[in-house]
Design a protein around this ligand. Structure first.
Ligand code: DOR
Ligand code: ZN
Length: 354
């Protein structure tokens, strides 16, 4: 039985770090395990300019311990007023790695997002030309569409027409939660990829709703039926380079999760790699873990693989991670509902595993 697994240092291709006291508490949790992360721009107010992204990047670096070897990769929040020239210049200057599309009203802090795709066509065309990837929260916001169907409907109603209009645009369908989403990515050309979260590889909607409502399992897109979860696991463990880890780790203070109108988001950063390793182990695919967490995403974004390694050790069942104390209040760490056995071996200064 393999009990030590050494892989190239992983990246997280979809992460919420927030700002202020929450940022200070959660940024070190990601930097401990990941070399890079694509940082989401849905702050209040959102990150909409190159200067805003550079300033946020500086605040993230300030929140990290001096010895952390971590690179935040920044995103711009697409609005109907986004200037195509600014996006292209920010990408060319290396300030911004991708642009994020939130359909207005789809999720946390998405009010400034896009209502009419027509209004962002000039930006998307400029991005296609310049090779700037578009990361998409793929859910329709039509109140007539059932929340469990919003991703599947997005594929036919929004994504397919968009890709026909701007065929050269590189697209990441983020936090895929349905078999239809997996099939869409598989059936498309090389310019599209899908990220998968740790929690959606584990959860079904029963975790959220059966036997009591569990607000710490509420996230968007909402977890679906088991057959969808199983399709995500099959995609992640298949070795297909179009699928890679984007945790969507999204901390909210417990008081806002355990609430009459609770916020969407699972805070997974401290356990994401342990959860993904457990999923790959159960699928008999530990040999493909490195591709999913460390290689496929970098290849899609045209970035070099990380130097240095990360080692996971399989041992006794670990106690549940509990809560992270933050200046914004306690934040419950995602509990997959089974004991975790894989633990990241702390790196020594210089990067080698202890
Ligand atoms: O569950 C989620 N939480 N999904 C998102 O799309 C946003 C995120 C957040 O920012 O809290
Ligand atoms: Zn997200």
């Amino acid at each position: 039985m393999t009990d030590l697994l050494t892989i190239a240092r992983p990246d997280d291709w979809h992460l919420h770090l927030r700002d202020g006291p929450m940022l200070a508490a959660v940024a070190p949790e990601t930097a401990r395990h990941f070399a890079r992360a694509l940082v989401m721009p849905n702050l209040v107010p959102p990150v909409v300019t190159a200067a805003g992204a550079a300033a946020y990047r500086a605040r993230i670096l300030e929140a990290l311990p001096r010895e952390a070897a971590f690179t935040p990769l920044m995103t711009l929040y697409l609005t109907e007023a986004t200037d195509p020239a600014e996006v292209v210049a920010a990408h060319a200057a290396g300030v911004v790695t991708a642009v994020k599309l939130y359909p207005a009203g789809a999720t946390t802090n998405s009010a400034s997002g896009v209502r009419e795709m027509d209004r962002v066509m000039p930006v998307l065309e400029a991005m296609a030309e310049a090779g700037v990837p578009l990361c998409i929260h793929g859910e329709v916001t039509d109140p007539e569409v059932d929340i469990f169907d919003r991703e599947a409907v997005f594929l036919t109603r929004v994504l397919e027409p968009l890709r026909r209009r701007v065929p050269g645009l590189r697209v990441v369908l983020e936090h895929v939660t349905t078999a239809e989403g997996v099939e869409y990515v598989r059936g498309s050309g090389p310019g599209i990829a899908g990220t998968l979260t740790a929690h959606h590889l584990v959860l079904t909607r029963n975790h959220l709703l059966a036997g009591g409502i569990r607000p710490h399992y509420y996230c968007l897109p909402v977890a679906k039926r088991a057959r969808h979860r199983d399709a995500l696991v099959a995609a992640a463990t298949s070795g297909d380079g179009r699928f890679f880890l984007g945790t969507d780790s999204a901390p909210h203070p417990d008081g806002l999760k355990e609430h009459a109108c609770g916020c969407a988001g699972c805070f997974t950063a401290p356990v994401a790699l342990a959860v993904v390793a457990a999923v790959f182990e159960a699928a008999g695919a530990l040999d493909r873990l490195e591709g999913f967490v460390s290689r496929h995403g970098a290849a899609f974004y045209g970035l070099p693989e990380n130097a240095g390694t990360l080692t996971l050790r399989r041992g006794e069942a670990l106690p549940p991670a509990g809560k992270l104390v933050t200046g914004a209040g306690p934040v419950t760490v995602f509990d997959p509902g089974f004991a975790l056995h894989w633990k990241v071996v702390p790196a020594r200064a210089g990067g080698a595993a202890a």
